[in-house]
Design a protein around this ligand. Structure first.
Ligand code: FES
Length: 96
């Protein structure tokens, strides 16, 4: 089972496998979401939830404050979709 993630404003779409995080799937498919530690600590992969459902490793959310969580921010490196998902994030230019 996989889900589709759509990134705004680019409308880039990519698939996320069962149990895979949004960031891991983006890296695997060459989508340029920003990231750093890949461990929920640095906040580099912060993006905004727009629609869809997901599991979030709440205990791992070192880089998100209460106010940010309440405002719909998520960490792509800790977010596992449980439905198709729409997020808002700036994308980095492709390498090469
Ligand atoms: Fe550091 Fe996600 S890459 S918090």
């Amino acid at each position: 089972m996989s889900f589709e993630v759509k990134v705004l404003p680019s409308n880039h779409r990519f698939d996320v496998g069962d149990g895979e995080t949004v960031l891991a799937a983006a890296i695997r498919q060459g989508v340029g979401l920003p990231y750093g530690c890949q461990d929920g600590a640095c906040g580099s992969c912060k993006c905004r939830w727009v629609a869809g459902e997901f599991e979030l490793g709440i205990h791992q959310l070192k880089a998100l404050g209460e106010a940010e969580r309440a405002a719909g921010f998520i960490l792509a490196c800790r977010t596992k979709p449980t439905s198709d998902l729409v997020i808002e994030s700036h994308e980095l230019p492709a390498e090469g």
